[in-house]
Design a protein around this ligand. Structure first.
Ligand code: GLC
Length: 746
């Protein structure tokens, strides 16, 4: 073997050479191994992974008959001829290995045939199959399933589907076969009988993952450029893999408590009067609400960081007025800067050379909402700093949250050419490499600006992102539609986003495009009760979809669920605290905790909230009952108190005002009193919902606003309920405690 390979160990890396090819294996931890074939750059600095994440780890390197073995306490990587490889677990069982054969591309359509189909408007995307510049095939087992991949459409399990990573602005209906949406998170969890692993492909160029759609014997990864650079993650279970992945790419920081409350939005509130009226209706109808969000119309001619005084009054006035009634202000900021010499953001950016250039060195322009626009080069630190500082114009007038949109980046006048010059981590490169991280760098700039300017935990919401953006921003799933299939997709989409690190996520409640209807809107607000980004939003030109637009019944049910969301806020917040340590999301597919139970493998229509609640929304028009799968354990119906032994499918009643919710026996769920907005009354009473005769739970409490908790200003309670008695232990005491802790049994 010595003849074929030479190898050298250097701290955590093993550099292996064979026939002029180079492979760098890096032992990040005993369960995370990086595998890099630097076809492009050996010293690539990741966007997703910040700082040095390598933990000094003991490992052995041995030569064997077949090649080289690199062995940590948990994982063995075997490297064979032509850099074929296999990952084994600590028992020596193979988890994942490269596929030795070649791709079998069956349907190679001619350009003529494709042109023919396209003339009637057929989508021929999937017919244009080819080999990629970077390509690796993996053995695929019959029972193997795949989870993760961020916001990709379709079902929870990605087996049999193929996806692309190329951030795409898609206002058309999002259907299950769609290759790409707004986000690129090239991370997935592979799961089969007795094994689990994670794979993160850290390459920002246009890339492809085919999970056995092309062939049942292999799955493959391809990329148009860059390195073959992946991180293999082992673990005992899915939760371990999520923990490893979020260890690498970072975890969503704890948000301000109010940001988890309800938000109302519409593209089409065109004046201060519109916003004021919506705020008034909200309070008038007693629907808790934190913000009426400002979509693009608040700006002067869609110039970012400006204010339309004609329609919205003096900057700051409306915000201050609504603040008196408990409303916070959150506004949209797009990346496109209007070409206009009289506009300071544009002229300053030009003067300082902050915008992207075309291949000939001219400032590149395309069209977005403001008309002809330029694109800040967010991959440069200096540009991010400038952009961050521009938010002062907004925080000065009271803005408390920023919603970043159109940052794929979107363009109305054809796609940006791949050779437009952008930077990535201060290295000048082109759009081909920078496209998928444009939204990431914009969110980072926004986060850093808002943190510096307000001293609070920033609320940033972004549409486009890359792996790791969860450190800076919450996400929503973009322009969905008011159709039942989009309501159904909410569960797999948010669960997969959650397993991909995005613990703070939501959809446009009611649907963005198309007209909603009363039943759909009700089922949507019900299904979103445990969403961490909780906003009703809809497009210009669509029917109004605020909760009071459809009569008393809709309003009553809507209010009931928004109030329920507020009652469960401390449970949601606890899970976000826990997520700082584990990376686990709030909304979890059942397979995450019951991964050996085959009933959970493809369960798309119910989910867990943490480990202790199970939620089964009604997702079909007209349905008033539904089948629910309860996994092992005893589950208590939240509404009726009825107990069920799990491991069974049951039929439950679910009339229009009832979304089935179950609490796991043995748990203690923290709850708050109803309020109209967070901060209306101090949360000085905690209510505990105790399920069963013997129960346990922890609860986290802090000021819900700033970073003092990092200095120890928080409380961590541990509750035990036994023999009719509740005991409380303080695991950490560093903040003003509740004046009253009440409990009730279910
Ligand atoms: C995009 C966004 C949408 C927003 C609209 C106008 O379509 O996805 O949420 O309302 O632009 O800003």
């Amino acid at each position: 073997m010595g003849k074929v390979f030479t190898w050298e160990v250097n701290d955590s890396t093993v550099e292996i050479k064979s026939n002029n090819q180079r492979l760098i294996v890096q032992v990040i931890t005993d369960e995370i191994i990086r595998f890099l074939i630097p076809k492009w750059k050996a010293d690539y600095k990741s966007v997703a992974i910040e700082g040095d994440v390598t933990v000094p780890t003991d490992f052995d390197v041995d030569e064997t008959e077949e090649g080289i073995e690199i062995k940590t306490g948990q994982v063995t990587l075997k490297i064979m001829e032509n850099f074929q490889f296999a990952f084994l677990d600590r028992y020596g069982d193979e988890i994942l290995s490269s596929y030795q054969g070649k791709r079998v591309i069956k349907d190679n359509y001619s350009d003529k045939a494709i042109g023919f189909l396209e003339s009637e408007g057929h989508d021929t995307h999937n017919l244009k199959k080819h080999e990629y510049a970077i390509q690796v095939l993996f053995n695929l087992r019959n029972e193997e399933r795949f989870y993760g991949m961020g916001d990709k459409t379709g079902f929870l399990n990605k087996r049999g589907y193929a996806y692309e990573n190329w951030n795409s602005d898609i206002p058309q209906i999002h259907h299950e076969n769609m290759p790409a949406l707004y986000k690129s998170i090239p991370f997935f969890i592979g799961k089969g009988a007795g094994y689990v692993y994670g794979m993160f492909f850290d390459n920002t160029f246009h890339s492809y993952l085919d999970f056995g759609k092309e062939n049942n014997n292999y799955f493959f990864y391809g990329a148009d450029n860059g390195n073959l650079d992946f991180y293999f993650m082992g673990g005992e279970n899915i939760a371990d893999v999520v923990e490893h992945y979020t260890y690498l790419t970072g975890r969503a920081p704890l948000p301000q408590l109010w940001t988890l409350g309800y938000h109302q939005c519409r593209w089409g509130y065109e004046s201060a009067e519109d916003i004021r009226n919506v705020a008034k209706e909200m309070r008038g109808h007693g629907i808790p609400c934190e913000s009426i969000q400002y979509d693009i119309d608040y700006m002067d001619g869609f110039r970012v960081f400006t204010w339309d005084e004609k329609e919205y009054g003096k900057p700051g006035e409306l915000i201050a007025e609504l603040e008196e009634d408990g409303f916070k202000a959150v506004c949209i900021i797009d990346p496109g800067v209007k070409v206009d010499d009289a506009y300071s953001i544009y002229s300053e950016g030009i003067k300082k050379d902050y915008f992207a250039h075309d291949k000939d060195g001219n400032v590149y322009t395309n069209e977005v909402w403001p008309g002809e626009s330029v694109y800040p080069d967010f991959g440069r630190k200096e540009v991010r700093k400038w952009w961050a500082g521009n938010h002062k114009a907004l925080t000065d007038i009271g803005m408390q949250g920023i919603w970043n949109d159109m940052n794929e980046p979107a363009s109305f006048n054809g796609p940006l050419p791949l050779d437009v010059k952008f930077s990535v981590n201060d290295r000048l490169t082109n759009h081909e490499e920078a496209h998928n991280v444009y939204g990431h760098f914009m969110s980072q700039a926004t986060y850093e600006g808002m943190k510096e300017l307000t001293g609070k935990r920033p609320l940033v919401i972004t549409r486009a992102c890359y792996a790791g953006t969860q450190k800076y921003s919450a996400v929503w799933t973009g322009d969905n539609q008011s159709v039942w299939s989009h309501l159904q997709m909410l569960i797999p989409q948010l669960c997969n986003l959650g397993m991909s690190g995005f613990t703070i996520a939501g959809t446009d409640i009611g649907g963005f495009g198309g007209d909603t209807n009363p039943e759909l809107l009700i089922r949507w607000i019900e299904a979103s009760t445990f969403c961490t980004f909780y906003r009703n939003h809809c497009a210009k030109g669509q029917m109004n979809q605020e909760p009071w637009q459809f009569g008393e019944t809709v309003l009553d049910i809507y209010r009931k669920y928004v109030k329920l969301h507020y009652r469960f806020l401390p449970y949601i917040y606890d899970l976000l605290f826990e997520s700082q340590i584990t990376g686990l999301p709030v909304m979890r597919p059942l397979v995450l905790h019951y991964e050996d139970d085959e009933n959970t493998f493809n369960l798309n229509n119910e989910f867990l909230v943490g480990e202790n609640m199970l939620v089964a929304p009604v997702l079909e028009q007209g349905a008033t009952k539904r089948m629910v799968y309860l996994p092992v354990g005893t589950w208590v119906n939240y509404w009726t108190g009825q107990r069920f032994s799990g491991g069974v499918h049951i039929i439950v009643d679910a009339p229009i005002d009832m979304m089935p919710i179950f609490i796991k026996e043995g748990s203690i769920i923290p709850m708050y009193e109803e309020v109209q907005y967070v901060g209306e009354e101090p949360y000085d009473t905690l209510k505990l919902l105790i399920a069963g005769e013997s129960a346990w739970g922890t609860h986290y409490q802090d000021n819900g606003e700033d970073f003092e908790y990092l200095e120890g200003e928080y409380n961590l309670y541990s509750f035990t309920y036994e023999d009719g008695k509740l005991d409380c232990d303080m695991l950490h005491e560093g903040y003003e405690k509740y004046t009253d802790i009440q409990w009730e049994k279910i």
